[in-house]
Design a protein. Structure first.
Length: 235
């Protein structure tokens, strides 16, 4: 994988304001990579740090402040903090945000990772398992169309929690888009006119190879449809 080339392609082709984030699940920290400094309130906060240019790894304890993210990443909370997951889910249920019977169906990673490595794609210290992209719908459409042209598995659009898109992509090698939940939007400061696409690293190269064709096709089709609109529309 030419990670620097792929990052440049994604940023330029999709007009990204944030760097694509590489995520790797490993048993041990990679040589030369430093652990996360300080604390964060959510698992998706690590996405923000990596998109800003930082490279680091987390251990399971770094995720304890996020009961939902810990759940989707198959990270058991210590006994003293186990009630936090129930409390968070109860609040969401009382507000009508979720139904408790939905929880067992929320996707999770198959195993607890020893460490999780986060970085911008171009500077990933190990080959990623997942590449996460945040962008505007009109450009992310191109990514989805390139995935379809490359005959990669695509999953239906997902909602809350945003972090469940990670295990879905990881376990199915799929391209998964998520609208982004309110917690994620607060913790990452993603704008209201952006959403996420999570790409299995195995699918990235085939998709990148088809992006140019899709972008050129869309440009030609835009001219075609503009012409039809000008010719046919009467009101």
């Amino acid at each position: 994988m030419d990670k620097a080339h792929d990052q440049q392609l994604l940023v330029s082709a999709l007009g990204l304001k944030r760097l694509p984030v590489a995520i790797a699940f490993r048993d041990e920290p990679p040589p030369g990579v430093l652990p996360l400094e300080g604390m964060q309130p959510s698992t998706c906060s690590f996405w923000r740090l990596a998109a800003e240019g930082r490279t680091f790894y987390t251990v399971p304890a770094d995720h304890y402040n996020c009961p939902i993210g810990s759940y989707t990443h198959h990270i058991p909370l210590p006994p003293a903090r186990e009630p936090e997951l129930t409390q968070t889910l109860s609040l969401m249920s009382e507000l009508g945000y979720i139904r408790l019977e939905e929880v067992p169906a929320v996707p999770r990673l198959p195993h607890t990772p020893g460490v999780i490595v986060y970085s911008p794609l171009a500077s990933a210290p190990v080959d990623p398992d997942i590449v996460l992209v945040a962008g505007k719908p009109g450009r992310m459409m191109l990514l989805q169309e390139a995935a379809i042209r490359a005959q990669q598995t695509t999953a239906p659009l997902m909602g809350r929690p945003t972090c469940m898109a990670i295990p879905v992509s990881f376990t199915s090698d799929a391209v998964v888009s998520s609208l982004g939940c309110i917690g994620n939007r607060v913790y990452t400061s993603i704008s209201d006119d952006e959403f996420y696409t999570v790409i299995s690293a195995k699918a990235l190269e085939p998709i990148a190879a088809q992006l140019g064709t899709i972008i050129a096709a869309n440009a030609t089709l835009e001219e075609y449809h503009q012409g039809r609109r000008a010719t046919i529309a009467t009101t």
